[in-house]
Design a protein around this ligand. Structure first.
Ligand code: B12
Length: 253
């Protein structure tokens, strides 16, 4: 207890840059209490939650990722880092979600079957909530049945899928193909993400878009919903225009 108090005192003596650096080290060492303290201190110093998230937590996790890749850190250590990151995120979550704005749309999100990585998914979910979306998080390791059940139960506007492994990312296609077979693919906007994915992969599995990070996920979700509302508002007109389009193009070409 006394030791904890001393450490807390120490963190407060650091300036912002030193504190963020220390938080990267603490995340690396899997020290959840220190991450919570650091997050609190930055909040008290007036840092916006999103800045803390990106500069202190996500950047710290990026460093962990590099050493995991290079075989310097191993699963148990990375797990402790991940849990520390989550402890910080828990503090930021309500603040990011605190917009008070009316819900702009509903989203179901989950990590695909065989994959238990959830930090990125949680972060995207938090950012979507912060942007005014209602988010239903169905967790990790989801077989196609879980996605279908969640779609049926919650009737969201958007389905988000996350995968962090090259071995699990093809499962997104299984989900989308099943949605096609059931004739429900076009009822939803499908957004995919995760470190090993890219835009070409997103297209190849039949998603509407791939999002590189949580900020882009927010922009993309908003843009798709705005586009959908616009189309719905213009629906009868759009149908007419679409019917005429090939003829019009042929005439021009
Ligand atoms: C933390 C971590 C773990 C933790 C996971 C803890 C948890 N609760 O998530 C633990 C230790 C459990 C783990 C286990 C394993 N891991 Co791991 N892990 C990582 C690590 C270091 C960080 C991932 C992370 O959280 N990043 C931070 C977040 C914020 O970033 P992100 O996930 O990319 O998410 C962002 C975007 O991608 C996007 N996004 C993500 N999802 C979505 C979804 C939607 C809808 C949208 C729109 C956007 C979006 O937005 C997010 C926020 O900006 C990565 C390294 C890396 N560089 O990615 C390896 C990594 C993913 N793991 C890897 C491996 C190999 C494994 C294991 C197989 C190791 C093992 N031998 O057991 C197991 C697999 C377990 C399983 N079945 O899933 C490899 C994968 C390699 C590959 N080619 O597939 C990586 C790349 C490390 C490496 N270089 O070797 N891992």
């Amino acid at each position: 207890m006394a030791e904890q108090e001393t450490e807390e005192l120490d963190l407060r003596t650091l300036d912002d840059e030193e504190l963020v650096q220390q938080m990267h080290d603490d995340l690396y060492d899997g020290l959840a209490d220190e991450i919570v303290d650091g997050t609190r201190i930055l909040l008290e110093r007036g840092w916006p939650p999103y800045r803390i998230l990106t500069e202190a937590l996500v950047e710290g996790m990026r460093i962990v990722g590099v050493d995991f890749r290079d075989g310097i850190l191993f699963v148990p250590e990375v797990l402790m880092s991940a849990n520390s990151m989550k402890a910080g995120m828990r503090l930021l979550r309500p603040l990011l979600a605190e917009t008070g704005a009316p819900k702009v749309g509903k989203i179901v999100i989950g990590t695909v079957k065989g994959d238990i990585h959830d930090i990125g998914k949680n972060l995207v979910a938090m950012m979507w909530e912060g942007a005014g979306f209602e988010v239903i998080d169905i967790g990790i390791n989801n077989p196609v049945e879980n996605y279908l059940a969640a779609l049926e139960e919650h009737q969201p506007d958007i389905l988000g899928m996350s995968a962090l492994l090259t071995t699990t990312m093809p499962y997104m296609k299984v989900v989308i193909d099943t949605m096609k077979e059931k004739g429900i693919r076009d009822d939803y906007i499908v957004l995919v993400g995760g470190a090993p994915l890219n835009e070409a992969f997103g297209w190849s599995v039949g998603a509407d878009a791939y999002c590189r990070d949580a900020a882009i996920a927010v922009e993309t979700a908003k843009a798709f919903l705005a586009e959908r509302s616009r189309k719905q508002a213009e629906a009868p007109q759009a149908v007419l225009e679409q019917d005429n389009e090939p003829a019009a193009l042929a005439a021009v070409g």
